[in-house]
Design a protein. Structure first.
Length: 334
C-alpha cells in the first residue's frame, strides 16, 4: 500500500504558509502529479486535487475530523486554481491521512474515474474508522475468524439470498449470539488452521446452543498460511465492497460491522502479510452427537464461581453431520 511519506509534512512545515497562501508540494510524486499536500496557517494538513473546468465539485462534512470542500486556493509558487480540498482537523488522524493520500494517489493515477467519485469512494471506506484511529491490530485468531465470516458471507450466503439479505443476516458484530441469524436458522462460523484438521475453539457454554425456534449449523473453514496463497483479509474485504457498492445502505451496514469487530484499514499492510489458502469448506448441522457442551450437561446449574467457559472440538470424525461442502450444496439450508 502506497502512502504519503511523513517527511513531506516536515518539509512543508519548514517552508510554512505565507499569508493566505498554503504551503504545498506533491504528495506522492512517483505515482501522480494531481495530488498535493498542503499546510495552512493553523497547521492543519490538507490534500489538494486541482480540478479541470469539466470536473465536478464535492462537499463532504460527514466524516468526523475531516472535511471536503471545493474552493479557489492559492498555493506557494502557483496561480489560483479550483481544488478539491480535503482538510484534516484532528492531529490524531495524521497517520490515517497519509494512508488515505496514498490510496487517492493510486486511484488518480488510473484515470478511470473523476476526482469527485474517487474522493467519495475512498472516504466512504474510511468514514467508520476515522474516529477510532489508531486502533489495535486484530489478533491472529481474530483475523482468521473475520476472514472465515466474510468468506461465508460472500461465497456461500450472498449468491443464494442476495446482497441485502446476506448482510442483514451477519449479526455477530452487533451482539447476536451466533455469527449469522435469521428466522429458523443460525450459523456459527469457525476457522481451523491446525495441521490436525477441523479443530475449533468454542467460546462460552451458549455458543453451540441452537436458536429457540430453529436449527443451528456450524460452518468450518480450513485455512493454511502459505506465502504463495492468493487470499488475504484486505483482498477479501475489497471483494465484499465491490459486491456491495451498488447499494450504499448495504455497504454502510457492512462497514459498521467491520468497525464493530475491530477492523481498521490503517493496518491493511500488516494484514496483507498473512496469505491464506482455503483448504476445506464444510457446513455441519449441530444436532445429535455433535461434540458440544451445553447448559443441559449441568443439571444443578453451572457451578458457582465459574465465569468463563471455553473448550475445543474436533470435527474430523463427524462427517455424518456434514450437510454441504460447496455453496450450492448448502442452498436448502440458507
Amino acid at each position: 500500500m502506497n502512502q504519503i511519506n511523513p517527511e513531506v509534512w516536515v518539509k512543508l512545515a519548514e517552508v510554512g504558509p505565507s499569508g493566505d497562501r498554503l504551503a504545498a508540494r506533491l504528495a506522492v510524486p512517483g505515482i501522480t502529479e494531481r495530488l498535493q499536500c498542503a499546510l495552512d496557517t493553523n497547521h492543519h494538513r490538507h490534500l489538494l486535487i486541482a480540478l479541470n473546468l469539466s470536473e465536478r465539485e464535492l462537499s463532504d462534512t460527514q466524516t468526523r475530523g475531516i472535511t471536503v470542500i471545493t474552493r479557489e486556493l492559492v498555493t506557494t509558487g502557483q496561480e489560483a486554481a479550483r481544488y478539491l480540498d480535503i482538510e484534516c482537523q484532528d492531529a490524531a488522524g495524521h497517520a490515517a491521512l497519509d494512508i488515505i493520500g496514498g490510496e487517492l494517489a493510486e486511484n488518480l493515477a488510473q484515470q478511470d474515474r473523476p476526482p469527485n467519485e474517487i474522493v467519495e469512494r475512498v472516504l466512504a471506506k474510511w468514514r467508520r474508522f476515522w474516529s477510532e484511529v489508531p486502533k489495535a491490530l486484530l489478533s491472529r485468531e481474530q483475523l482468521l475468524g473475520l476472514f472465515a465470516e466474510l468468506w461465508f458471507l460472500s461465497f456461500w450466503l450472498l449468491p443464494e439470498v442476495g446482497t441485502e439479505r446476506a448482510v442483514e443476516r451477519w449479526r455477530g458484530p452487533f451482539g447476536a449470539r451466533h455469527d449469522f441469524e435469521w428466522q429458523g436458522r443460525s450459523i456459527e462460523v469457525k476457522a481451523a488452521s491446525s495441521s490436525r484438521g477441523r479443530i475449533h475453539h468454542i467460546n462460552g457454554i451458549e455458543q453451540l446452543d441452537p436458536p429457540e425456534n430453529g436449527e443451528l449449523f456450524l460452518f468450518s473453514l480450513g485455512l493454511r498460511e502459505e506465502a504463495g496463497a492468493a487470499n488475504t483479509l484486505p483482498r477479501l474485504i475489497d471483494i465484499c465492497r465491490s459486491l456491495f457498492e451498488s447499494n450504499p445502505e448495504v455497504l454502510n451496514h457492512f462497514e459498521i460491522g467491520l468497525a464493530r469487530v475491530g477492523y481498521s484499514p490503517a493496518h491493511d499492510d500488516e494484514y496483507a502479510m498473512i496469505a491464506l489458502r482455503v483448504a476445506e469448506e464444510a457446513l455441519f448441522v449441530v444436532k445429535d452427537d455433535f461434540p458440544r457442551i451445553t447448559q443441559n450437561e449441568f443439571t444443578a446449574g453451572i457451578p458457582a464461581g465459574v465465569e468463563a467457559f471455553q473448550y475445543e472440538i474436533n470435527l474430523n470424525a463427524f462427517d455424518h453431520l456434514r450437510v454441504a461442502e460447496t455453496p450450492k450444496g448448502a442452498a436448502p439450508f440458507l
